[in-house]
Design a protein around this ligand. Structure first.
Ligand SMILES: [Zn+2]
Length: 153
């Protein structure tokens, strides 16, 4: 996969997430629920589930051209959280791949917040959400239908 150099220019994680979905899916239809583990794999990143205590995940950049980047995800966390962590580490891959990053549970600094907001926007794309709500405006099953479709829990 070629490098996504524009990723570092985004100041809004939501815009970056939408841009990535456009880049990733191209003209294909977006499939839900989005699979962030497959995205890691498709970007050439090795990921493994690890027995962390205080970390959600880690990102370890490739050390040479022959090397591949690694992502570790806390296996002790619920699968929903693991999905967010996968998307979160994907964000570090695009923006912060010059160094190793550890992501503590509940971290609040700006780099961590950006990655976290990217993950939320990637797994629950706001435009898609809006489009679905508009489409089903007259339906009393709107919310339940959306939850089934986007399956965030
Ligand atoms: Zn992080």
């Amino acid at each position: 996969m070629q490098e996504w150099t524009e990723a570092k220019q985004y100041t809004d994680p939501e815009k970056m997430a939408v841009a990535y979905l456009v880049k990733y899916y191209g003209n294909q239809k977006i499939e839900y629920p989005i699979n962030p583990f497959k995205m890691l794999k498709d970007e050439g990143i090795l990921f493994s589930l690890m027995d962390f205590k205080k970390l959600e995940g880690v990102y370890v950049p490739a050390s040479s051209l022959e090397d591949v980047p690694l992502v570790g995800i806390n296996v002790n966390r619920p699968i929903t959280r693991q999905r967010f962590s996968a998307a979160h580490e994907l964000c570090h891959h695009f923006r912060d791949s010059d160094k190793q990053i550890s992501c503590p549970i509940g971290a609040k600094n700006s780099v961590e917040r950006f990655a976290e907001n990217f993950a939320v926007a990637l797994l629950m794309p706001i435009n898609e959400l809006r489009a679905q709500v508009n489409k089903r405006k007259n339906s009393n099953r709107t919310i339940r239908g959306l939850c089934t479709r986007i399956r965030t829990s």
